[in-house]
Structures are given as structure tokens and as C-alpha cells.
Write a protein that binds this ligand. Structure first.
Ligand SMILES: [Zn+2]
Length: 250
């Protein structure tokens, strides 16, 4: 194997490794987003369940208040009946008027309680209606969330499978590269935001946009050795159609 072929193959391997790394990163990103998506769905459902619970609590409170008022109404009505008896037995006009005033006050109180009971009955009816409607909707929401979570789990499974395949491919690529070069690649990648390779095109590094020295560009075209960009220190590569026979450059 000539050196030229060797350099060309090594660069190709590095490019594939870079592609694999980027694909793996993307897959990991997608996989990591799935639990978050499921969380959002479940939180939405929980909020809806809480809303139903709040209405149920309000309904229970409303019913309780109504029962209390109904008891109070019974007491007031009993008192009213007693007053009616007393009215028959009063001896003086003064007592009679005083009792009448009390009866009037009592009746006003009774009307007030009755109105309140009616309001509470109306409120209960509205809440019952709303709760029935919400519970129906909740069932639908539960099914939707369940179906979506199931879909996401399937997606996660498929992504994990893809990831395994990519990791295996990456591992094969790594095995084919000299260890020293692989370490260099990983070093560059870790300090250069995950991008260890840069395309050289029209005389420029396409990542940091710095003009390449003519010699670097020439050597690159000649496939004589693995080269780095002077500025960003990434491995440089040319697309296939730019790799020309060095003799033609002379
Ligand atoms: Zn550069």
C-alpha cells in the first residue's frame, strides 16, 4: 500500500468516524428527549386530574354547606311554628307587636337561608355537569396519553437499536485507525465542540474560515500526509472531486 493510498484511506476512516459520532450524538439526543416528552404528557394529564379533583372537592363542600343550611332551616321552621303558638297566647298588645317583629325577622332569615340553599343547589348542578363532562374528557385524554407514551416507547426502542448498530460500526472504524491518531481525533473533538474534521475548499478551512497556506493546500491535494488546519487544528480533508493528481498541480 502506498503512503498516498494509506493517507487517503485514513482520512476516509476519520470522516466516517466523525459522521458516526455526530449520528450517535443525534441519536442520544433523541433518546434523551423521550422521557421528557413522556413527562410533559403525564404532567398534563395530572393537571387535568387535579382539576377534576378540585371540582369534586368544591362539590363536596357545596353539598355539606347545603346540608348544614337545611338543618338550620328545619330549626328556624320549628321556631316559627312555636312563635305561631305563642302568638295565640299573648295577653298584651305590646307583647303581640314584639312577637310579630321577631316573627318577621325570623321569616326574613328563613327566606335568606332558602335563597342560599337554592344558590348552592344550582352550583352543585353546574359542578356535577362539569365533572361528568371533564371525566368523559379525562378518559379520552388518558387513552391518548397512553397511546402516545406507547408510541414513544416503540420509538425509543427503535432508536436504541439504531444506536447499537451505529456504536458497532463506530467501534469497527476505531479498530481500523492507529491508536495515536484515534487519541488525537478524540482530543481535537473534545476541545472543538465535537467537530474534529474540517473540509478544505477553495483554499479555506470550511469550519474556521481561515485561508490555508498554499503549501498545506498543496500537500493536502497530494495526499502526502494527514494535515491539520493551522488555525483551528482540525484534521483537514478534501471532497473526492477536489483530490487531483498532484503531478497535474506542478
Ligand atoms: Zn480551521
Amino acid at each position: 500500500m502506498t503512503q498516498e493510498v494509506n493517507v487517503k484511506q485514513t482520512i476516509t476512516l476519520l470522516r466516517r468516524l466523525q459522521e458516526s459520532d455526530l449520528e450517535i450524538e443525534q441519536l442520544n439526543h433523541k433518546i434523551a428527549s423521550i422521557p421528557r416528552k413522556k413527562d410533559v404528557l403525564n404532567r398534563g394529564l395530572q393537571q387535568y386530574i387535579q382539576m377534576v379533583e378540585q371540582e369534586e372537592n368544591r362539590l363536596a363542600d357545596s353539598r355539606k354547606e347545603r346540608r348544614q343550611l337545611e338543618h338550620s332551616l328545619e330549626d328556624h321552621n320549628l321556631k316559627d311554628a312555636r312563635y305561631a303558638d305563642q302568638l295565640m297566647q299573648v295577653k298584651t298588645n305590646k307583647e303581640y307587636r314584639a312577637l310579630l317583629t321577631e316573627i318577621e325577622q325570623l321569616k326574613a332569615k328563613i327566606r335568606e337561608i332558602e335563597d342560599k340553599i337554592l344558590d348552592l343547589m344550582e352550583e352543585s348542578e353546574e359542578l356535577e355537569k362539569s365533572i361528568r363532562w371533564r371525566k368523559k374528557k379525562l378518559e379520552k385524554k388518558k387513552q391518548e396519553v397512553e397511546a402516545e407514551c406507547h408510541r414513544l416507547e416503540k420509538e425509543e426502542e427503535a432508536l436504541n437499536h439504531q444506536l447499537e448498530t451505529k456504536e458497532a460500526f463506530k467501534s469497527e472504524l476505531q479498530d481500523k485507525l492507529p491508536l495515536e491518531l484515534l487519541e488525537q481525533y478524540n482530543r481535537i473533538k473534545s476541545v472543538r465542540h465535537g467537530i474534529a474534521l474540517a473540509e478544505a475548499k477553495d483554499g479555506f478551512c470550511q469550519v474556521c474560515h481561515v485561508r490555508l497556506r498554499p503549501q498545506v493546500y498543496y500537500d493536502l491535494r497530494a495526499n502526502k500526509s494527514i494535515l491539520l488546519c493551522d488555525n483551528c487544528h482540525r484534521f483537514l480533508f478534501l471532497r473526492e472531486d477536489e483530490v487531483v493528481d498532484p503531478t497535474k498541480l506542478m
